[in-house]
Ligand binder design. Structure first.
Ligand code: SAM
Length: 213
């Protein structure tokens, strides 16, 4: 979730683009309210709208999300998928995962959802894949490690979406702290890795789209 509407874009641009987003349905609205009231960092609606369009274009069958939280993105991705798709998602916090399971059950998605409880870096090595769509939205200092663990488990042409790559505007501003430095190094890496074709967009808190080539 971006920190302010003008952390990345100028305020009038951000507000205008937000005004064009389609309204969310009752369940997603309830989840946005729940997330806001309980300090849960779910993805921005413009980022989920981007993922909806990619899922519609690509029709992935094996989706992996790193960082479930309350299941908001799972529901967004699941609503664009069909009964042949499987979404696997990883969350370290037991209570948060229980909440996610409740919301996802309420959503009655057409696809199967597999929840993994544990630290992403412990869980990823146990997954088989191959995944054709990955959403990385977890510990910012671990993005490079997630990528290392995931690259052997993604299909050619898989799409990897990464959230928060401009991190409150701090990455470009030259701020130095753990997550900001890690994300700056990660952005450089995915922009230069010959196995990836990457664009980083000033969308939400900075969104990366990489295609595995
Ligand atoms: C930004 S939230 C994910 C939001 C979710 N993708 C969405 O848009 O609905 C990140 C989640 O990762 C979880 N998390 C933190 N450290 C983790 C770890 N090492 N392994 C797995 N999950 C972790 C947090 O508890 C949090 O719920």
């Amino acid at each position: 979730m971006k920190e302010r509407v003008d952390a990345i874009l100028r305020r009038n641009q951000g507000e205008y683009l937000e005004s064009l987003l389609p309204p969310r349905d009752a369940l997603l609205e309830e989840m946005e309210k729940f997330a806001d009231e309980n300090n849960h960092p779910i993805a921005d609606p413009e980022v989920t709208q981007l993922m909806r369009t990619i899922v519609r274009m690509k029709r992935p069958r094996r989706i992996l999300e790193v960082g479930t939280n309350i299941g908001y993105s799972v529901i967004v991705l699941g609503r664009e998928s069909d009964s042949e798709a499987v979404i696997e998602t990883i969350e370290i916090d037991h209570n948060t995962l229980t909440t996610a399971k409740r919301f996802v059950s309420e959503a009655q998605l057409p696809c199967r959802v597999v929840f993994h409880e544990g630290a992403a870096l412990d869980v990823i090595p146990r997954l088989t894949g191959p995944f054709d769509f990955v959403f990385i939205d977890c510990v910012k200092t671990e993005y490079g490690d997630y990528l290392d663990a995931l690259l052997p488990k993604v299909a050619r042409d898989a799409v990897i979406v990464c959230d928060n790559l401009l991190w409150k505007g701090q990455v470009a501003a030259g701020t130095h702290d753990g997550p900001t430095d890690a994300l700056r190094a990660f952005n450089k890496r995915i922009s230069n890795d010959p196995r990836l074709l990457t664009i980083i967009l000033p969308l939400g808190d900075g969104t990366g789209i990489s295609v595995v080539v």
